[in-house]
Design a protein around this ligand. Structure first.
Ligand code: SAM
Ligand code: SF4
Length: 352
């Protein structure tokens, strides 16, 4: 199997160019942005098979020796915070709960950078059994992905009948104080009619719901601009049941635009990645489960931090690679541009 067939980009390099970069420790790029929000994918495996993300058979497994170890992840997180100005770290995947050492990863990071908020994006399956331990290890908050509260609809979309486990996971997260619990829902034709029920459920449970426009990052390559559900479609559906008042963004780099829901009271967010792109305020930097640095979900350019790490690079050399990777970040994703080509790695292999 070739790298591209495995969903792994062919464009890998180890030494990004630093030409023209100002002398600063931070993760600046050529467009005036500074990355402070680190997403760390820790596995490509998943307990669900959401149609907008994974193929039915799951992603090709990353060979065990190519996966970053607990200690490697902890070292790189500490480096990002101490040397590069990262302010927040979020663990993702695949499904992070499928890593048995997740509690050790969290505890290790919390011990090294205790002042840094640690968060996780999860599908919530099995979270009810681990929420307490994760909170005790130092996890601060979770985002749980949930697209519908209709059991059949959930089973169809995720190809697994696990709605009850996800709902129990959300409640357990609340109970142990992993707050605020945010719920992420991808906007799909199939789930749009149930969007108001999902919002009703989240308001009743005290969760902050955010809808996300579907991006061309599905492994089945079914995404088409003409078919996608937009933020405007969603607002039409929600407005039929709720009174919504625009409330803007929490801060300029927050991806979600918020609406106040009078009936909650509460809020609902919309992350309009495609129709109202926010690349010019993007503050993300990404590390994949196999140790590749990515500056953007949509760029195939990757920098091999694992290889550098395992061949004895010191913190200064690793930091230089990371700074260079971000210095070469693109201006934006160009989904709406003619000739747009989706990246080789799909969402489950990058980490959303
Ligand atoms: N398994 C975890 C989960 O589902 O939350 C973490 C990984 S998942 C890739 C991270 C986020 O990406 C989820 O909120 C998921 O809904 C979102 N996602 C996956 N595929 C997407 C797509 N094609 N467009 C937009 N969001 C997507
Ligand atoms: Fe798994 Fe999350 Fe992708 Fe769904 S969105 S298939 S839960 S990685």
């Amino acid at each position: 199997m070739t790298l591209v067939e495995m969903g792994i980009p062919a464009l890998r390099s180890r030494r990004p160019s630093l030409d023209g970069r100002p002398d600063t420790p931070y993760l600046v790029d050529k467009f005036g942005r500074t990355a402070r929000d680190l997403r760390v994918s820790i596995t490509e495996k998943c307990s669900l098979r959401c149609t907008y993300c994974m193929p039915e058979e799951g992603l090709p497994p990353i060979p065990r020796d190519e996966l970053l170890t607990t200690d490697e992840i902890v070292r790189l997180v500490e480096l990002a915070v101490r040397e590069l100005g990262v302010h927040e770290v979020r663990f993702t995947g695949g499904e992070p709960l499928l890593r048995r050492d997740l509690e050790q990863i969290i505890a290790g990071c919390h011990a090294r950078v205790p002042e840094t908020p640690l968060a996780m994006t999860t599908n919530g399956v099995g979270l009810e059994h681990r929420a307490r331990g994760l909170a005790a290890a130092g996890l601060h908050r979770v985002n749980v992905s949930l697209d519908t509260v209709d059991r059949q609809g959930f089973a169809k979309l995720t190809r697994r009948d696990r709605l009850d486990s996800v709902l129990a996971g959300i409640r357990a997260a609340h109970a142990v104080g992993l707050a605020p619990v945010k719920v992420n829902a991808v906007l799909m034709r199939e789930t749009l009619p149930g969007a108001a029920d999902l919002l009703q459920w989240c308001l009743a449970e005290g969760c902050e719901l955010r809808f996300i426009e579907e991006m061309p990052l599905d492994a089945d390559h079914e995404w088409a601009r003409a078919n996608m559900v937009t933020a405007a479609d969603l607002l039409d559906v929600l407005s039929a049941r709720f009174t919504l008042t625009p409330a803007g963004r929490a801060d300029p780099s927050a991806p979600a635009e918020k609406w106040l829901v009078d009936e909650g009271p509460g809020t609902v967010g919309i992350i309009a990645t495609v129709t109202r792109k926010f690349c010019d305020t993007c503050d993300r930097t990404r590390l994949t489960a196999d140790g590749m640095l990515r500056s953007c979900l949509f760029s195939d350019e990757e920098y091999d931090l694992r290889q550098a790490l395992r061949s004895g690079a010191d913190d200064g050399e690793l930091a230089a690679i990371w700074r260079g990777a971000m210095w070469n970040k693109w201006a934006g994703h160009g989904i709406d541009a003619e000739g747009f080509v989706p990246p080789e790695r799909t969402m489950g292999a990058i980490g959303g």
